[in-house]
Design a binder for this molecule. Structure first.
Ligand code: UD1
Length: 364
């Protein structure tokens, strides 16, 4: 059986790595890896291939950045050619980025089966580009492999037949566990001059936070308060860097003497940074999950989440981007008042095994 595995952006790489390793264990599966090139900077892409030992992509589509429509269209045109040449039985897509949706649309129109890993998560917020990608991908996919019970529930309530759905667990955790030794060997804390449990990690790249000046300024006002109490480490996404320059916020940031900005970090360094933080402030999806695994308090600067299990079971709280709300939560954590959290079902590092088993039992 022939499968095309698809990746495009940073969070896709950690999801595909364990799946490729699992597929290598069954010689009946012939698989290739396609990288759309949605992310192309070395620090957003190559680093992860090296660290996670992901094989060099068999096909690189080089689509790069563009508006949503143009980026999606470029991926579709290039990916159609890949499907014509390789003629797969299935494509396997992960997550909710533009590459995920674009390739699913191409395959389903060519009558190629689509397997979606991380299916069924929903924020209910259609202003988020990822929510549109999730809805479209799940509508088209032939097999839906959700990470958690809430995602299974969403799929069923949208009318997906239970035979298409297999709850496999959270694939991100496979990579986290696989890389645990390398993560803990990272020297990033001493390189940055911070000590375990005595700093905060900040990440922010969602358009809802970065693309409006008032909002971005307000979040930084909250960060200014936090960094006066405890150092804040901020690996900066290219989108955020671009918007800080565009809005002229560089001076405001330079004045914060306890705010340590860095380039985007590799997987090992970032894992170490998260795992040893006093707490994390983020608008990322995956980091809400990783903090739940590490038991580190997480302040999510968004109005909603597609990962509610990190709130009901984990260490996450949805706070939004109001500065007083962020400050209040930061103070609570610094005073030792935060929930402990527990690990959701099947976030155990064995998700890729379950995906392989599903393919073997249902598709071969
Ligand atoms: C994309 C995903 C988002 C994911 C994020 C992780 C979509 C709709 N969004 O958002 O779900 O959380 O990746 O990072 O698919 N850029 C670079 N170098 C790169 C890539 C991007 O400089 O390697 C800059 C470009 O200026 C680009 C901007 O970042 O215009 C945004 O990149 P894009 O891939 O469109 O979306 P992300 O914000 O990265």
């Amino acid at each position: 059986m022939k499968i095309v595995n698809v990746v495009g952006t940073r969070p896709n790489f950690m999801k595909i790595a364990p799946i490729i390793r699992a597929m290598n264990n069954d010689e009946r599966i012939e698989h290739i890896l396609v990288h759309t090139g949605q992310h192309y900077d070395a620090k957003m892409s190559n680093t992860f291939f090296d660290e996670l030992k992901i094989p060099t992509p068999d096909v690189y589509l080089e689509v790069g950045s563009d508006s949503h429509a143009r980026q999606t269209a470029k991926i579709m045109m290039a990916f159609e050619k890949v499907c014509e040449d390789f003629m797969p039985d299935y494509i396997l897509v992960v997550g909710d980025v533009n590459s995920t949706m674009a390739c699913s649309l191409v395959a389903s129109k060519m009558n190629i089966g689509v397997i979606h890993v991380e299916a069924g998560i929903r924020s209910g917020d259609r202003d988020m580009p990822e929510e549109i990608n999730r809805l479209v991908t799940d509508a088209l996919a032939d097999y839906l492999l959700p990470p958690s019970s809430d995602a299974v529930h969403n799929l069923k309530s949208e009318g997906h037949h239970h035979e298409k759905i297999e709850m496999v667990g959270n694939i991100m955790i496979d990579t986290l566990k696989y890389a645990e030794e390398d993560i803990q060997s990272s020297k990033i804390l001493s390189e940055l001059g911070v000590k375990p449990n005595e700093y905060v990690t900040l990440t922010m790249h969602r358009p809802s936070n970065t693309d409006t000046e008032i909002v971005l300024r307000e979040v930084f006002e909250a960060i200014d308060y936090v960094q006066e109490k405890i150092p804040v480490v901020f690996p900066m996404h290219p989108r955020t860097k671009k918007m800080i320059n565009q809005f002229g916020l560089q001076d405001m940031i330079n004045k914060m003497s306890n705010l340590i900005t860095t380039e985007p970090l590799g997987y090992f360094d970032f894992g170490k940074l998260t795992s040893k933080s006093k707490f994390v402030i983020t608008d990322s999806g995956g980091i809400q999950e990783e903090t739940t695994i590490y038991g580190i308090p997480c302040i999510t600067i968004r109005k909603n989440t597609e990962r509610p299990i990190t709130i009901s079971k984990g260490t996450n709280k949805i706070v939004g981007n109001n500065k007083y709300a962020i400050i209040e939560c930061a103070d609570q954590i610094l005073q030792g008042q935060w929930k402990k959290g527990e690990i959701p079902k099947y976030w155990d590092g064995k998700t890729a095994e379950r995906i392989l088993q599903f393919i073997q039992e249902k598709l071969i």
